[in-house]
Design a protein around this ligand. Structure first.
Ligand code: DAH
Length: 341
């Protein structure tokens, strides 16, 4: 029996110190110390010993058990230590790897152009207003003196939201003229920028959604000279003090007389090039003296008050300001493009 215990001790200690995994260690514990384990089996034979032999054998069996338990505990600690070391090795931080650069966001070129424009008008005493993109036909057309058969009222041109053509995605920011006077009365000087919608195919100069900025001034004694002086000052602020402009007669339902304002081509200086299509001039905005009918539609007496209005496309403004050749670039939001501003 002494021999048996000795064999168990040696075999077990060797196996325990060699084991590499927790499951294997637990298997060894069961193998030797478990209810059906080898040591237990030996103890069961104690009954067959003489009373003289029993205490010494009992003592030895206990020693073996204690030795195995201690060995198991020690090996368990060794395994924990190894696992921890492996984990630390796996998670080491290499402080020599170059850091990731934080990309700073920046303003979209079109909104940069808009903000500059707003700033100029604010400095001239204008107020900046916001208006709805979902608009009533009443405001988008009727109160702006657009005749019933005006082509822009057509379903092929405008995004209607109601079968009876009463509600639509505004096709221009001009309805803000009406809303501004109705809300704040006259005298008034305001600009209002935002999205407008038209059923246009996308190409280098068109998009079904684009941005306009609208302006309106109504007061006593306002004349076409005020319109020209103000717009010239604004455009020279943006394009430089030597910028040449010209005003051509035009027609809009809500202004009389109406005009369009051109600037001399910023690319060729007026000689004629692909940017200005050989004209030497680039059309920038529509404007005019507010039609007396529009003033009346807002409850303002045209005998007492007069005013001017203007509207321009922001994309076109940004194209000119930043010398961008294709409007689609403004909407595609390709980082390689946006990062240049
Ligand atoms: N709403 C016009 C358009 O979209 C632009 C315009 C022209 C606005 C003349 C005005 C104006 O305020 O007076 O084409």
């Amino acid at each position: 029996m002494k021999q048996q215990l000795e064999t168990i001790r040696r075999g077990a200690l060797e196996a325990i110190s060699a084991v590499q995994g927790r499951t294997d260690l637990e298997a060894l514990r069961v193998k030797y110390l478990g209810k059906k384990g080898e040591l237990t089996a030996v103890l069961k034979q104690m009954g067959g010993l003489s009373p003289e032999e029993r205490p010494a054998m009992g003592q030895m069996a206990n020693d073996v058990r204690a030795a195995l338990e201690e060995a198991i505990q020690r090996q368990s600690a060794v395994l924990s230590q190894k696992a921890m070391e492996a984990k630390l090795k796996l998670e080491t931080v290499d402080v020599t790897i170059p850091g990731k650069r934080e990309e700073r966001g920046r303003k979209h070129p079109m909104y940069a152009a808009l903000d500059e424009m707003k700033e100029i008008f604010l400095n001239m005493g204008f107020e900046v207003m916001d208006g709805p993109e979902v608009e009533q036909a009443e405001y988008n057309f009727t109160k702006l003196n657009a005749p019933e058969n005006h082509p822009s009222r057509d379903w092929t041109d405008t995004f209607y939201l109601k079968e009876d053509s009463s509600v639509l995605l505004r096709s221009q920011t001009s309805p803000m003229q009406i809303r501004a006077i109705e809300t704040y009365g006259v005298p008034i000087r305001m600009v209002s920028a935002g999205r407008v919608y038209r059923k246009d195919e996308v190409d280098a100069t068109h998009s079904p959604m684009f941005h306009q900025i609208e302006g309106l001034v109504v007061d006593k004694g306002v004349t076409m000279a005020d319109l020209k002086g103000t717009l010239n000052a604004v455009i020279r602020e943006i394009y430089g003090p030597d910028t040449q402009t010209r005003f051509r007669p035009h027609h809009f339902p809500f202004t009389e007389p109406s005009c369009e304002m051109d600037i001399q081509c910023y690319k060729c200086g007026g000689k004629g090039c692909p940017t200005c299509k050989g004209e030497g001039w680039i059309e920038l905005l529509g404007a005019g003296m507010v039609h007396p009918k529009v003033l009346k539609n807002c409850g303002v007496d045209p005998e007492e008050y007069s005013g001017y209005a203007f509207g321009l496309g922001l994309e076109r403004l940004a194209l000119g300001q930043y010398k961008i050749s294709d409007m689609r670039l403004i909407f595609e939001n390709d980082m390689r493009f946006l990062e240049q501003f």
